[in-house]
Design a protein around this ligand. Sequence first.
Ligand code: GLC
Ligand code: CA
Length: 569
Amino acid sequence: MEKTVLRFALALAGALLLPAAGMAKPAAPAPWWAHAVIYEIYPRSFQDSNGDGVGDLNGVTARLDYLKSLGVDAIWLTPFYPSPNADFGYDVADYTNVAPEYGTLADWDRLVTAARQRGIRVLVDFVLNHSSSEHPWFKAARSSRTDPKRDWYVWRDPAPDGGPPTNWQSIFGGSAWTLDPTSGQYYYHVFLPQQPDLNWRNPHVVRAMHDVMRFWLRRGASGFRLDATPYLFEDPAWPQDPDPATGAPVGLKPYNSGLPDNHRIMRGLRTIVDQCPDGCTLLGENAISTIQDLAKVYGARHDEINLPMNFLYSGVKTLDAQTFKARIDDAHTRLNGAPPVLFFSNHDTSRQATRLGDGVHTDPIARLLAAMTLTLRGTALVYYGEELGMTDLPKDLLAATPLSPTRKVADNRDPERSPMQWTAAPNAGFTSGAPWLPVHPAAAGSNVALQQADPGSLWHWYRSLIALRHDNAAVRDGAYVPLDSGNPTVLAYARQDASGHGVLVVLNMSDAPQAARISGWVGAAPVPAHVMLASPLQPAPNIADPVLAPFAVQITAFNPRLDGSLNPR
Ligand code: GLC
Ligand code: CA
């Protein structure tokens, strides 16, 4: 009773504090995740602590001071669950444990506690669409058609000719169906046959997966990276694709991804992280192809995935100022104010220095990509080693490396998963044993030790950008102001806080010197510019008409303010 009265009193007090109509509502401070730098760690490749050649949780703990010196807010650990490793941990055999090769639950506890002491949060990779075929749930399900767990997975009778129920292909190639000879039915897997899809229509599955989330939150996780979120439901009519009658391919997407029920499940997951006292979050992998698709992933009321990754930005294939401008404008204007999630690289895609570097200006290009991602609004993801400019492993080196018990399968994503380059020591300081994947030959000349000792290194550039993002209110939370909009080679924008203080970012996306024109100042054009960060180093530029060297970056403070509207050339 007393509690009810108190709650009513608080509600009333809250109502009295509400601004009158027409008055500006004081902006609530953005939650940590809305402007964070999240560092993705592939634990297998980050730091080995016991000499078996496989990175592990204790290795991550040993490197927390490194992560703190870089300045990241959170780490996302890709899966470390017990797993037969058909897809290196994305085939989970036990959702509430740590694989022996990565350590123990006690190691996890130590890691998360030590991270917290350094102000670093930890996100767990939650593989929700499928388990491993070795998970006890699936073993029970396949044991008989009447097993209570049978319906936890997706089963269908064979087609009349005994073949798969539909002609759907898995994302990893081959049929999306595998026959279980014991029970005479096929099970569905959008990925490998060793990754059977869970049946999210079954409320027991939903409950069990919610329990998994609660388990990790209780053990100190600050949220989850959600794996392969679009594939939880399939069209119950199971249409053929391509249509056998016409041979016309539909593209499986309308049938196997983004079905309406997905939203209900995501809202359920969100409810769980929202109960976290200090703000937990969902970072989501998705399969969007338009900005409208991406907007929907946040949820109609921003009540689904907090941070859906923007694959439209990461997927830009060439350094083209107009293409980037269009993607960035969209991210700022067509996501209903939600924070964009910007990144270039991850464990599934060729590293950004390999993909977008030109072999001649790769270092300035790496600086430009980092500057762009880290000075835009929203949340930035950094894949381990990007801060060193790590590149993909050469394919011929991989081809010449025999498989081993720790690398049972060659994966076309191995090139971007090579061990972190710590020092010039053998195996780059990653392991005292034989590394599960070869160390990149570039490690002797490019590693943490060398780059930390060189104030002009890419590592220091990243560190300075992350510090700018933390310390400068405009870069952290300010509005995005596109500038010099028609410029074909220079991308320019400002980040500006409510008082008009801001930071101007000008990026030359070409291999020739280029000029930009920054207009739209309120009052007199400001001079001189205060350079915050520049690559290459240069004397104070003219802030209104800067001229930039090939692939140069200029980040300058300005005041008075820009008028905030589009500034056509
Ligand atoms: C996601 C992961 C990828 C994995 C797949 C299946 O795309 O990022 O590494 O292979 O899901 O779980
Ligand atoms: Ca190890």
